[in-house]
Design a binder for this molecule. Structure first.
Ligand code: FE2
Length: 199
């Protein structure tokens, strides 16, 4: 199926001051749009035209790098917009998710430290993740447009650490951006929704 840019699920200025309208205008309207447009061009003739986005991501991995890069980033960004909300972040996790964070990741504080560390130590462009693998939560990081789907896991939360996600608001201070994301932006209800589907 052809890729389409979904609208942002909130106003461009909804996430300020943690993520500015200018960042969202560039990131959503320019960067995500480019992944959609390039992905659609590369999908033509790939043999994967009739597949779902998840199938295209998994089946192009290691075989059709150009298509994988754009389809992967399309998948990652569709969720990234929904992984944030105004007034989000912090320790108020829905119950089932909180239990899993306690049992699989050593509690919220350890999750926070490990997730921030994964984002800060991803060298160059990429993503840090909370994913479900073999029924358990895991923190992961991936380069470029990759995501946990290609490692047999289901992503339930991800943060974009490409410079286009933070350079306007934070310049080179990636750790500050990551702290703002975790403490003020995460839409835990959406994370919980994906967690309940994955487990
Ligand atoms: Fe991005």
């Amino acid at each position: 199926m052809a890729f389409e840019l979904p609208p942002l699920p909130y106003a461009y200025d909804a996430l300020a001051p943690y993520m500015s309208a200018e960042t969202l205008e560039f990131h959503h309207d320019k960067h995500h749009q480019a992944y959609v447009d390039n992905g659609n061009k590369l999908l033509q003739g790939s043999g994967l035209e009739g597949k779902s986005l998840e199938e295209i991501v998994k089946e192009s991995y290691g075989k059709n790098q150009g298509l994988f890069n754009n389809a992967g980033q399309h998948y990652n960004h569709i969720h990234f917009w929904k992984w944030m909300k105004k007034g989000g972040g912090g320790k108020s996790l829905p119950g089932a998710l909180q239990k899993a964070v306690d049992s699989d990741l050593g509690g919220y504080d350890k999750f926070r430290a490990d997730f921030l560390n994964a984002g800060a130590t991803q060298f160059g462009s990429g993503w840090a993740w909370l994913a479900v693998k073999n029924g358990k939560l895991e923190i992961m990081k991936t380069p470029n447009g990759e995501n946990p789907l290609v490692q047999g896991a289901t992503p339930i939360l991800g943060v974009d650490v490409w410079e286009h996600s933070y350079y306007i608001d934070y310049r080179n201070a990636r750790p500050k951006y990551l702290e703002a994301f975790v403490d003020n932006l995460i839409n835990w209800e959406y994370v919980e929704e994906l967690y309940s589907k994955a487990s």
